[in-house]
Structures are given as C-alpha cells and as structure tokens.
Design a protein around this ligand. Structure first.
Ligand code: ATP
Ligand code: MG
Length: 262
C-alpha cells in the first residue's frame, strides 16, 4: 500500500479552492489536499457534493474564485496544455467524449491534435486499444459499442496522450456486473503500471478495497481524508452506502467486501 509521504514532492496540490456559480451555489468551499505520485485515491460524496466541479478544476476546465492547483509545484495555468496531457480525464458521461466515427480514429484524435507524427500516432493508438482490450474493434463504428466498451474507449483515448494522472468520474455508472469488473480491472492495471489514479464515485462498494486513500466530500467541502479503513464508518452519515453494519462489524471486515472483483 502506498500512502502519500509529505517529504516527497506532491504531484498535485489543491490549495484553498473555492468556487461559486451564478445563482449562489457554493460548489467548492476551501478545498485543499495533496496527491502523491502513484497513489490510488477515491473521492466520494453524495449527488451535488462538488466532486465533478472539483475534477474540472484539476486540469483548468474551471477557474477557481479563490485558491489554486499546482502540478509538480507549478500553478497549472502556467502551462495548461502540458498539464492537460499529464492529467487525463474520463468524464462522467464518457460517451460525450467520443468524437470520431471509428474506434481507431477516436483514440488517435488526441495525439493528432498534438501534431504527433502518423507513425507514433498509430503506435500509441494500437497500444492504448490493446491495453483496454479493444484492439479487435479498431475499425468498428464508435456508435455500435456497448456502454462498457465506450467507457474503455474513453480510457484508451486518454492513454494515447501518455498521462501521468488518470481521473475517472463515476466510471462504474450504467455498467452491468461484467462491465464494472472490466473497468475496475482496467483501473487496477493502470495503477500497477505506475499511473496515479483518482477515482470519483459514490459506489464505494465496487472499488474501495483497492484504494490507498479516501476523501469524503459534503456540500462542497472535504469532510474526511484518510486511509479507507479509518474513515469508512463515516460514509453513511454523508449519504454513501456501505455493504455492512458499522455498529456490529469491524470496518476492515466491511472493507474486505468492497470490491466487485471478489
Ligand atoms: N456549471 C454549473 N452552473 C451552476 N451550478 C453548477 C454547475 N456545475 C455544478 N453546479 C452545482 O454545483 C454543485 C456541485 O455539483 P457537482 O456536479 O460537482 O456534484 P457531484 O458531486 O459531481 O454530483 P453527482 O454525484 O450527482 O455527479 C451542485 O449543486 C450543482 O448543481
Ligand atoms: Mg458528478
């Protein structure tokens, strides 16, 4: 298990981030945390707690009202194009991330935009599709893919950009049991390969067992940030279901159950 060590430089630093929207919604209130290299972090919280808004600040899609995000010690807006390559994002509605007619072209779209040469584009596309198990569908029409395959295609699209950090927003939504297992295996594989993973989900029972760390959000604030076994018992009070009885069972026994690969 890896847990971020304050002595090493943080890969990502989120510093006193606040964001309100017109109409008065305070989506983020003074959010701060550090992400270390190689971590597998899960961010959870009920609907509307601010998870997706937070994610969009991490690669500069949203600008904060207050605070900042640093990548390897430098504010992200200093070189936002580089940061967007380093931090790959699979959005909550991943089918909206599909832009091309065929699977292969869709994966090549990112590298093409970076003006990477055709040989390297092909190499990256094939490797990314192989990694997510979709190489046999390289010439298929993207519209014909299943929901699970579309999510894996979105993952391949970001892998082709060689990201360091991979952030996935609700990667298990709308997937059946084998679909969740495939995406979960994919996430674990990428973590093992050395990518830093941030998985945003309210479906903790599917993934938490594998995570190094859990952040719970509520009403735009971080309410807990620690190793999963230590704060799991607090999840229900913030609207997150856990598969067990926190009154009667030890948290570590409940945590053992929190994977759909078991
Ligand atoms: N572009 C926007 N304009 C106005 N309000 C917004 C905007 N985006 C998000 N919000 C509001 O900010 C709050 C946090 O939204 P966010 O999408 O981050 O929630 P979430 O934790 O991702 O929820 P879910 O689990 O439903 O995906 C909500 O109250 C939402 O209505
Ligand atoms: Mg969301």
């Amino acid at each position: 298990m890896h847990f971020f060590n304050q002595k090493t430089m943080a890969l990502l630093e989120v510093v006193h981030l606040s964001k309100s929207f017109p109409g008065g919604t305070e989506a983020l209130k003074d959010v701060s945390f550090l992400v270390g290299e190689g971590e597998f972090l899960v961010i959870s919280g009920k609907n509307g707690s601010g998870k997706s808004v937070l994610m969009r600040h991490l690669n500069g899609l949203y600008k904060p009202d207050e605070g900042k995000v640093l990548y390897r010690g430098t504010p992200i807006f200093k070189d936002i194009l580089m940061v967007r390559q380093k931090i790959g994002m699979v959005f909550q509605n991943s089918s909206s991330q599909i832009v091309s007619q065929t699977v292969g072209k869709d994966v090549a779209f990112g590298p093409e935009n970076l003006h990477i040469n055709a040989v390297e584009q092909n190499k990256r596309t094939n490797k990314a599709l192989e990694d997510v198990g979709l190489l046999d569908k390289i010439d298929h029409n993207t519209r014909t893919l299943s929901g699970g395959e579309k999510r894996r295609l979105a993952i391949a699209g970001i892998l082709a950009m060689n990201p360091e950090i991979i952030i996935l927003d609700e990667p298990f939504s709308n997937l059946d049991f084998p679909g969740v297992q495939q995406v979960l295996r994919q996430i674990l594989f990428l973590h093992k390969k050395g990518h830093t993973i941030i998985c945003i989900t309210h479906e903790l029972d599917k993934v938490l067992y594998h995570a190094d760390r859990l952040i719970l959000m509520d009403k735009g604030s971080i309410v807990c940030d620690n190793i999963p076994g230590k704060i799991l018992i607090k999840a229900p009070q913030y609207g997150i279901r856990i598969p067990g009885n926190i009154e009667k069972e030890p948290p570590l026994l409940i945590l053992e159950r929190m994977s759909w690969l078991k």
